[in-house]
Structure formats: C-alpha cells, structure tokens
Design a protein around this ligand. Structure first.
Ligand SMILES: Nc1nc2c(c(=O)[nH]1)N[C@@H](CN(C=O)c1ccc(C(=O)N[C@@H](CCC(=O)O)C(=O)O)cc1)CN2
Length: 298
C-alpha cells in the first residue's frame, strides 16, 4: 500500500500545537507574535497565498502587519519599509512574497531583512547557518518537506535522494536539509543529462521544477518516496483551472512507497512552517521565553 503523505492533516496538527503555545505565551510576553507579509503588485496566485497566510496567522493568534503595495512601488520605498519593520518591536517575522515585479531587485530586499526576523529563511545569514549545520530560521517549503517525512516515520539517513530544481526558495535548501539528515544527495536541473536514469536510482525524489505532470512512472523505481513540490495551474477541458503537481500522480502513486498529493501535500506545510518560524523568532527574541527555545517541533 502506498503511504499518502498528508500535509493538510499534519499542518492542522502542528497549527493546533502552535496555537496552544501562542495562547500560553502571549500573556507572559505582553504581546502576540507578529508577522509582516509584504506583497508588491496584484499577481492573483500570490494574493491568494498571502490571504491564506493571514488567515492562518489569525487562527494561531499571530498578529499580521501585512503591506499590500501597488506594482509600481519603488525599490527605495520597499527598502525603507523593511528598515521600519526591522525596528518594529511588535514584528518577529518579515516575508517578501515572491515573485516581485521585474523592476524590483528581490535579492537586495531579502538581504535587507534582519536575519533574526527572516521568516522565510532566505537571508544569506540563515542560508549560511544551514550550510554550516547551525541552528537558524530555515526555508519554509523544504522545512515542511522534512517535517512531513519525519512525522510519517520515513528514515532518511543513508538514502539516495535526488532533488530536481536548484532554486534558492526550494531546491538548494532542500538538498542541504536532506544532507543534514544524512542522505546522499544529488541536485538535478534543466541541464542534467539522462534525468530518468538518475531519478530511477533514487530512494527519495523531490521535484521542484514547476512543470505539470513532468515526472512519470518511467522516472521512479519501485518503492521510492516521491515528494511533489510543484504547484501548477492547468486549464481543464471545461475551461476551469485545476491545481496539479510536477508528478503524474495517477501513474506514479502505484509504484511509490510514499507520495505527497497536490493539493494537500507540501503546500499546507509551507504555510505552517512560516507560522512556526514566526513563533520561533518570537521565542528567540523574547527573554521571557528563553527556556522554551527548541520545544517547538518535536
Ligand atoms: N516569499 C515566498 N514566496 C513564495 C513562496 C514562499 O515560500 N515564500 N512559495 C510559493 C507560494 N506559496 C507561499 O508563498 C504557497 C503556495 C501554495 C500553498 C498551498 O497551500 N497550496 C495548496 C493549494 C492552494 C490552492 O488551492 O491554490 C496545496 O498545495 O494544497 C502555500 C504556499 C511562491 N512564493
């Protein structure tokens, strides 16, 4: 029987645990944790993700300091806004929703965020901490994948893992987290030769390339663990939109020993790890919670 790695259910469990902690800690600290999500422009998918993040914050008891800005907002304004949020004591986490419009230099902006408030774990200091195996704020999607594997009892040590995709948001931190968990990791990308031979030799395949139904049964060996990070919208014959992953789920799930669905797999874990990172940053910044650090994820 193929194990379905249910991100929706795990996200619910972790969010309930975070809610209980935030409920206990808010009176001790005198304020709730705070998250500022900055969104520039009106990309409809981004707007939906930001709404989901704000709703999730509400459920858990995290205060939102969101800023939705017009698509022509100048870079200098955004740098000023991040400087203000860095200095704002009520804000524990800051996130720049990606992608940003073309005239914005997202790397410069991400580097401006205080590393101790970097809820997305994308600042060079936090990525550097990950490379060095030091504690720090970790990128939400790969952290969510690691939690999903861990919570489902999947042992990573010694396994051959292939990560498809080399983005800073997912592919590179994913490879580092799997390596940290003692997997033997290969990163594949658009220039990789003979991808299917590589993925067929893998015990764990993580796909983060953003191409619908790209990974077929030919790419997977029997018993592999398949993690689908892709979120692709395709038009149905009825003219409606449907969300699919990078993996041809119908063809691959009978072969795999475990697989994440789309929707309901990695996506809900991304949002939950953002909440986790905000609460972790709150814990690390508030002296009253010093003894609680390290108790967030079991
Ligand atoms: N600053 C960031 N920008 C972006 C990130 C990110 O982690 N940080 N990731 C993606 C978008 N994203 C979060 O921002 C995200 C995408 C999808 C989901 C999710 O829960 N998906 C659901 C389905 C939702 C739907 O029906 O549309 C699922 O897979 O079940 C959460 C977060 C790019 N930008």
């Amino acid at each position: 029987m193929t194990q379905i790695l249910d991100g929706k259910a795990l996200a619910k469990t972790i969010q309930a645990q975070l809610t209980a902690k935030v409920h206990d800690w808010t009176p001790q600290v005198g304020r709730p944790p705070g998250l500022a999500v900055i969104m520039v422009g009106d990309n409809p998918a981004s707007a939906a993700y930001v709404r989901n993040k704000e709703r999730a914050c509400d459920r858990v008891g995290i205060a939102s300091f969101g800023q939705k800005l017009p698509g022509d907002t100048p870079q200098a304004y955004l740098e000023g806004l991040i400087a203000e949020l860095n200095a704002d004591e009520r804000v524990d986490g800051i996130l720049l929703q990606l992608p940003v419009p073309q005239h914005i230099n997202d790397v410069t902006l991400l580097n401006t965020i205080d590393p101790n408030k970097d809820a997305d774990g994308l600042h060079p200091v936090n990525l550097g901490r990950l490379v060095r195996g030091e504690p720090g704020l970790r990128s939400c999607t790969p952290l969510g994948v690691m939690q999903l594997l861990h919570a489902n009892g999947i042992d990573i040590a010694g396994k051959q893992a292939v990560v498809i995709g080399r983005s800073i948001l997912v592919g590179k931190p994913m490879a580092l987290m799997l390596l940290e968990a003692n997997a033997t990791v290969t990163v594949a990308h658009s220039r990789t030769h003979n991808l299917s031979a590589l993925t067929r030799s893998a015990d764990i395949v993580v796909s983060a390339i953003g191409r619908s139904h790209f990974l077929t049964a030919d790419h997977i060996q029997a018993g592999a663990i398949v993690v689908d990070v892709g979120i692709n919208r395709i038009e149905t014959s009825a003219g409606q939109y449907r969300l699919v992953g990078d993996v041809d789920y119908e063809a691959v799930s009978p072969i795999a020993s475990a697989i994440t669905p789309v929707p309901g797999g990695v996506g809900p874990m991304t949002v939950t790890m953002l909440l986790h990172n905000t609460v972790l940053s709150y814990c690390q910044r508030m002296p009253a919670l010093a003894h609680e650090r390290g108790t967030l994820l079991s």
